[in-house]
Write a protein of this length. Sequence first.
Length: 322
Amino acid sequence: MPVERPALPDVELVPVDITRWADGATGVPYVHRFDSGRPGPSVLVTALIHGNEICGALALDRLLREGVPTPPAGRLTLVFANVDAYQRFDAADPYRSRCVDEDLNRVWADEALDGPLDSLERRRARALRPFVDEADLLLDIHSMGEPCRPLMVCGQVDKNAAWARELGVPADLLIDTGHPAGLRMIERGGFGDPRSPKRSLLIECGQHWESAAADVAWDTLVRFLRLSGVVDAAWAEARLSLPLPPRQRLVRVTEAVVARSAAFHFLVPIVGLGVVEKAGTPIARDGDHTWVAPYDHTVLVMPGLSNLKPGNTQVRLGRFED
């Protein structure tokens, strides 16, 4: 029996006006840079890769309003990414502002950026590419379509999970198999190369419009800036409000469940990080194809129907390693 799609979550977070940050004096709109003038890491924080994921915009807006301290070494770059999609936000139809033409987090391969296809998102990615490529450390702030506790996406390489353990948040970490629809920013270049010293993290702060997601975004941002060395410990400590989790656990994804048609539906409750206890339990169906739990204690990573269409990943299947 198909599981009914959950009701639209309450919209507790709404966009703030970020037009004051349009000119960051970098030559690219909505990109701000703070340079110490001394050798050190190039640190990049991005928000609004998806225009309806508001918590990251709130975190960067707060940081800029409070005043960004000059890094003691290296440089810090802050990016509001898909502002055009963000400015389309409508609380009556909040999923619509995810993107304008296509998903900005699936176009980061050189073949996509240098290819003949054009879209608003590809043009924006091409403008942001120099900042991404020069970065040594990246935090990409996101949120999720369905209710779920915060989750740190570490790409496909263990070095990023080790970096998340140094960060200390959140409790749940994820190494996955990437997206069949295209390369994410956290996997571009050295970020996805286990031999490179570059490291990247993507924080899923909670459901898109729950107020708690804004708290997670801010806390993670402050901790990331401290760990990266672009703010001092005293500055960070004065701004932290959420406790560290008692421990962190890693989920390793083994397969992605990709919709084949609009008829895709779940056969189990749509619960983020929910666990299907028995191998062989039917999880989802699309036409005559049924996906089943591949092993005991299968973890459902970011299941949802809010972005249902053929070719999109509707859930990832994994297992806790610790």
